[in-house]
Design a protein around this ligand. Structure first.
Ligand SMILES: CC(=O)N[C@H]1[C@@H](OP(=O)(O)OP(=O)(O)OC[C@H]2O[C@@H](n3ccc(=O)[nH]c3=O)[C@H](O)[C@@H]2O)O[C@H](CO)[C@@H](O)[C@@H]1O
Length: 367
């Protein structure tokens, strides 16, 4: 039996959508599956937790600026290419599905050399460098939005399919009933605010919560994901909060879908995966995108694209502006018709089941 190879990694945003596709695919196909990631990437733990076979290959960071490390990384990418080629041949791989991230580059290149068909998916409105490099080698290029097609040359556009972003199945079915007990909070009839910084957490959001926790817990229950780097803050924030109204965690696993469904408002970064999960659960949100100054600006464009649908507001303040964010949150919590309209807009944005569509594309190629 041949093997379908998944690849991608670096952050949760490059792994969870891949898992969503894998789960849909395994409903209809019995092929063996292997995930190729990096040695120390976040993907190793997430994929391992799913019970999927995992192999790592060397890879290098693809920087757009000069750094001496670039030379070393070129060798790492080359080493990753040969390691991936060996794995693909030995496994008798029938298809490679790439979810992007640096590790996908040597794997997709190896697949191309071995004549194995490749399907690439990009989550961000503005495709990342790994997708731009690998798309020319792919048979099908799956993109989240019509306008993302502009990033590719006319010769590649014929291979593009607009699929939206894959979201895991648990976000589609309502499991909100026990959400609060999962994080140790009691339902007091107050609105629920979830603050989440994406798979890595966000310093800026942690600072906002630390500065405004008293005022926030006077009007709502607050559930807060700090990321690993912010876990020391949890005790300090809890001490400032109205007792019994704050729950902080470094990160969530099974609680995440129920919490999104249970929340009246989410304050979060604008990672592509987070946005589509908000859309599927129809949860009104305030997005605080990672600024263009400290990133390639993908979150700024993701946020603008989503907010244009009416499902979210974008907070453009800096790290010192927690009071302005509080005002925005207060006015949204007081305005339930507005939140209902945002939820409706989110529902229309989400559309169908993207993971299922992509699994269908993969299924047709391997058949
Ligand atoms: C800092 C950074 O580089 N961010 C990028 C990264 O974001 P990031 O890795 O945060 O990815 P997303 O926002 O796309 O997705 C976050 C994922 O983590 C999951 N989750 C989150 C918190 C938690 O406690 N538990 C949990 O399971 C969510 O359910 C979601 O599936 O990839 C995205 C998709 O390419 C990009 O748009 C972001 O710009």
């Amino acid at each position: 039996m041949s093997t379908i190879v998944f690849t991608g990694g670096g952050t949760g945003g490059h792994v969870y959508p891949g898992l969503a596709v894998y789960r849909e695919l395994s409903r209809d196909h019995q092929e063996k599956v292997l995930w190729i990631g990096s040695r120390r990437g976040i993907e190793r733990g997430i994929v391992g937790g799913e019970g999927l076979r995992y192999r790592s290959v060397p890879t290098g960071k693809l920087r757009r600026y000069f750094d001496w490390q670039n030379f070393l990384d070129l060798f790492r990418v080359a080493a990753g290419f040969f390691a991936a080629l060996w794995i693909l041949k030995r496994e008798g791989a029938s298809l490679v599905f790439s979810k992007g991230g640096f590790v996908a580059v040597p794997v997709v290149a190896a697949a191309r050399v071995a004549g194995i068909p490749v399907v690439v998916h990009e989550s961000d409105a503005d495709p990342g460098l790994a997708t731009r490099l690998t798309a020319p080698l792919a048979r099908v290029i799956c993109l989240p939005y019509e306008e993302s097609i502009q990033a590719f040359s006319p010769s590649l556009r014929g291979r593009v399919v607009v699929t939206g972003n894959p979201v895991r199945r648990e976000f589609f079915s309502d499991s909100s009933r026990h959400a609060l007990s999962l994080v140790g909070l009691q339902d007091e009839g107050l609105p629920v605010i979830l603050v989440t910084g994406g798979s890595l957490g966000a310093h800026q959001l942690n600072r906002y919560v630390r500065e405004q926790i008293k005022a926030l817990t006077e009007i709502a229950l607050v559930v807060h994901q700090t990321g690993d780097h912010g876990k020391e803050l949890i005790g300090e924030i809890a001490a400032e909060a109205v007792p019994g109204r704050y729950a902080g965690f470094p990160s969530f696993s099974e609680e995440f879908a129920p919490l999104l469904q249970r929340s009246d408002l989410v304050i979060c970064r604008a990672g592509a995966g987070s946005i589509w999960e908000l859309a599927v659960t129809a949860t009104p949100a305030v997005l605080v995108p990672l600024s263009s100054a400290s990133s390639r600006g993908d979150q700024v464009r993701n946020a603008a694209r989503y907010a244009a649908s009416g499902a979210a507001l974008v907070f453009e303040g800096g790290p010192e502006d927690s009071k302005d964010l509080l005002v925005m949150v207060q006015s949204l919590l007081e305005d339930s018709p507005r939140r209902a309209a945002m939820a409706e807009a989110a529902r229309s944005f989400a559309g169908g089941n993207s993971a299922r569509s992509i699994a269908g594309i993969i299924g047709r190629i391997i058949e």
